[in-house]
Design a protein around this ligand. Structure first.
Ligand SMILES: Nc1nc2c(ncn2[C@@H]2O[C@H](COP(=O)(O)OP(=O)(O)OP(=O)(O)O)[C@@H](O)[C@H]2O)c(=O)[nH]1
Ligand SMILES: [Mg+2]
Length: 241
């Protein structure tokens, strides 16, 4: 089974080396595609030099910072064309523990089409997050789940594994969201296509190096898109009966 991690990075120089080291320790055979948006701090060069030592690391260089959704679209397009069997997504800031990947692969093997590393199922959680960040994420996820009638407790976790055939079928290239709403958009499409999504608990650790790219605009985009999708569903629903 050929597995690849799509790893979007922007200014993760302090994390990328540590991330690749930890990944190689946990999963020596998994390839990595770093999708870097021309980070001014030299993340891409460092990823290349550490990657040359470890092997199996490719860097996709993009011209400028275009957002998480756009980075994933480019990365997914590349790895799906390359014929991988499983596509994993992770953050580069050490918030996601690479040791969990083995469990995700086991769940795919058991028949899941996608596995979400979930903070909001029993055994999952976040550490070191300020209360306002915890509330925002919890409230946002509860709202998203309810208004879009999604089966998952954590719709915005970036730590996931997809069966490549399922990911290709939902056509990530035609999504529109720029921020983390992109992740909700994929859950929504997987659900609509009838794919099985399994959540496995993760403990999300807040980054200790580098700075967050979360912005007010990204939060607003997510709330507006979720609300718009939800109302769209409401208008369409009676016609489907
Ligand atoms: N290529 C690319 N990567 C990005 C972009 N924005 C964020 N990332 C990366 O995507 C991953 C997750 O980023 P975010 O979900 O925005 O959150 P964050 O910056 O880690 O902020 P925290 O909330 O503190 O975790 C990290 O590896 C970031 O470096 C972007 O515009 N382009
Ligand atoms: Mg992060």
């Amino acid at each position: 089974m050929r597995v690849v991690i799509v790893l979007p990075t922007f200014n993760e120089r302090e994390n990328i080396g540590r991330f690749l080291d930890a990944l190689r320790e946990a999963s020596p055979d998994i390839d990595v595609l770093v999708v870097d948006d021309n980070s001014p701090d030299g993340t891409a060069e460092l990823a290349r030099s550490v990657g040359a030592v470890h092997g199996g690391v490719t860097v996709l260089d993009r011209a400028s910072k275009e957002g998480l959704g756009s980075a994933y679209r480019a990365g997914f397009e590349r790895v799906l064309a390359d014929g991988y069997d499983v596509v994993v997504s992770m953050d580069a800031d050490l918030s996601h523990d690479p040791a969990v990947i083995a469990e995700m692969l086991r769940l795919l093997d058991d028949g899941a089409d996608a596995v979400i590393g979930s903070r909001y199922v029993t055994g999952g959680g976040t550490t070191d997050w300020p209360v306002r960040r915890q509330l925002l994420s919890r409230w946002g996820n509860a709202y998203t789940r309810r208004i879009l009638r999604l089966p998952t407790r954590d719709c915005t976790s970036g730590f996931r594994a997809y069966r490549a055939s399922a990911l290709a079928a939902i056509e990530p290239g035609s999504t529109s969201a720029e921020g983390y709403a992109f992740l909700t958009e994929l859950v929504r499409r997987l659900t609509r296509h009838g794919y099985s999504i399994v959540e496995t608990p993760i403990i999300f650790r807040d980054r200790t190096h580098g700075s967050s790219k979360m912005s007010f605009a990204i939060i607003v985009e997510s709330m507006l898109l979720v609300t718009r999708w939800g109302f769209g569903d409401l208008v369409r629903r009676p016609q489907r009966r």
